[in-house]
Design a protein. Sequence first.
Length: 173
Amino acid sequence: MLNGFARLALTATAIAPVGFTYAFVAAFNAAWSTMLWLLIGSIALVWVCLWVLKATRSIRAPAAERHIITTVEPADRENMAIMLLYLLPLFTADFDKLNWVMWVPTIAIFAFIAVTSHSYFFNPLLGAFGWHFYRVGTPQNVTNILITKRTLRQGKQTITGIELGDYVILETE
């Protein structure tokens, strides 16, 4: 399973689009320095997440296991809930009037809940890089989340993957 750093990296990247949105608002209000720092930070978070996934899938990663799956269903529906967090800064027309006393704790609470629950893996931004999320059933009637680069259209197959956490599998092949 993933260590704390990897969980934190995946969670931080899940909220990176908030930084992109704030950068857009900052640019709209000619706060160029703030925009630059937000873009650099958000891009760095995305890079770290992609590096964590690549390292986890690499040959040097811990031994992958074979998993039998019986059912497959897309798990991208959670995208809409998280998109609201991404878009909230756009409801403020003036960057200087953003209520940081409200925004910073809101984002921190979101990150805390994501990292302490089983949702730290869920990252809509990864879809832009070709990753897909599926709910997959097992013969033991356990439902897992599968993160893969492939498009799955049928169940009843065997996959090779590494467990990222409880009920989360990253396909390695």
